[in-house]
Design a protein around this ligand. Structure first.
Ligand SMILES: Nc1nc2c(ncn2[C@@H]2O[C@H](COP(=O)(O)OP(=O)(O)OP(=O)(O)O)[C@@H](O)[C@H]2O)c(=O)[nH]1
Ligand SMILES: [Mg+2]
Ligand SMILES: [Zn+2]
Length: 355
């Protein structure tokens, strides 16, 4: 069961500058090298190295891509010459802006650490506020956001809508991945199926999957093939588990992670980029408990509800809040069942939580 998204072609990410990124195919061996390099690099704790960088020992400037940012250190994938598809632990020059998974950079090799000297312009970025309300980028240069939710416990549409609004606000195509379908029972199936059908009707692609049984993984793979996609969603919905299914070499990382989960720690702590063997690039991101949209004005929030678009600007009052005003186009559309009451309620909830 794969719900098509009709608007796919029209809603690809807005290109903010003219840098075309070359499409590069990696051999299986190169991918395996990157993966094993990632595992080794992760084994090294991300402890800051305070030794000064000896500029004379650094290699020439070459292109690369950020695989993961651990704070004081980064994993950079070489994109040129003998360093193509190999992984290097790097620092970054202090004058280089914040780097996130997916960023294209200019860097220089070095022992034991290379150094990133510049960040190339981003074609897109996914941002979210941190716990202090400061806007932070999560990933760069993605053209698809996969909002992952679990079918059990029964998902809340409010949180899904928050992710969808965030994606729409960045101009990045969202899809929905409904994981843990193996946990569907007679009791929760009708509610979850209705939820999936509602989003499909709005025009979103919905892919039901199970990281446990592998159901639906083929459909997901097919969808991800041509994209640079990021998995977002609450902690515990199974983002990393799905990546392990899609990318078998990532398995070791997950085994080690589940023991940490018992201690109440979020499993994934830093976004990380994977080259999928089946094609496409996928970024795993850490789950979050609260997903604030406080960085968006009410206008931007309402535009993120794409099913409201035909009705916006048609209310009697220009400053209509769509609560109980007469001749409100959105309320009328709810009455006529052209838009879902839940969606309008979720909009109000998001806006009121921003006051
Ligand atoms: N039954 C079932 N359990 C699953 C499935 N996918 C993941 N799980 C379990 O759900 C738990 C959380 O999975 P993770 O992959 O760590 O979740 P996550 O979304 O990456 O979590 P964070 O990294 O904290 O954001 C693990 O115990 C998985 O074994 C699934 O399809 N079915
Ligand atoms: Mg995870
Ligand atoms: Zn109105």
């Amino acid at each position: 069961m794969l719900y098509p998204r009709h608007r796919w072609k029209h809603r690809c990410v807005t290109v903010t500058n003219g840098t075309a990124m070359s499409k590069r195919k990696l051999t299986k061996r190169q991918k395996a090298r990157i993966q094993s390099g990632q595992d080794n690099a992760n084994a090294l704790a991300a402890t800051p190295d305070t030794r000064p960088i000896d500029a004379a020992s650094l290699g020439p400037e070459i292109s690369g891509r950020v695989i993961s940012n651990f704070g004081s250190q980064l994993d950079i994938e070489g994109l040129e010459g003998i360093h193509n598809a190999s992984l290097h632990r790097c620092h970054k020059r202090a004058n280089v802006d914040t780097l996130v998974a997916g960023d294209h950079v200019v860097w220089r090799t070095g022992e034991p650490y290379g150094v990133v000297v510049a960040r190339k312009p981003r074609t897109s970025e996914l941002v979210r506020p941190d716990i202090y309300g400061k806007i932070r980028p999560v990933a760069a240069n993605v053209d698809c956001i996969a909002v992952v939710f679990a079918c059990a416990p029964t998902p809340y549409s409010n949180l899904i809508d928050r992710y969808l609004v965030a994606a729409e606000a960045q101009g990045i195509t969202p899809i929905l991945v409904a994981n843990k379908i193996d946990q569907l029972t007679h009791q929760n199936t009708p509610k979850v199926e209705r939820l999936m059908a509602n989003y499909a009707k709005i025009g979103y692609t919905v892919i039901p999957v199970s990281a446990e049984t592998g159901a639906g993984i083929d459909a997901l793979q097919t969808h991800l093939r041509e994209h640079t996609c990021i998995f977002v969603g609450q902690s515990g919905v199974g983002k990393s588990s799905l990546i392990n299914h899609l990318q078998p070499e990532a398995k070791t990382a997950v085994a080690a992670l589940s023991s940490r989960r018992d201690k109440g720690v979020h499993t994934t702590t830093a976004s990380r980029l994977y080259h999928l063997q089946s094609g496409g690039v996928l970024i795993d991101s850490p789950g979050i408990r609260e997903f604030s949209l406080c960085h968006l004005e009410a206008d931007r929030v309402i535009e993120g509800f794409i099913d409201f678009h035909p009705y916006l600007g048609h209310c009697k009052f220009r400053d209509c809040k769509h609560l109980n005003e007469p001749e409100c186009a959105l309320l009328k559309a709810v009455d006529k069942q052209e838009i879902l009451r839940d969606r309008l309620n979720n909009y109000h909830q998001i806006v009121s939580s921003q006051d």
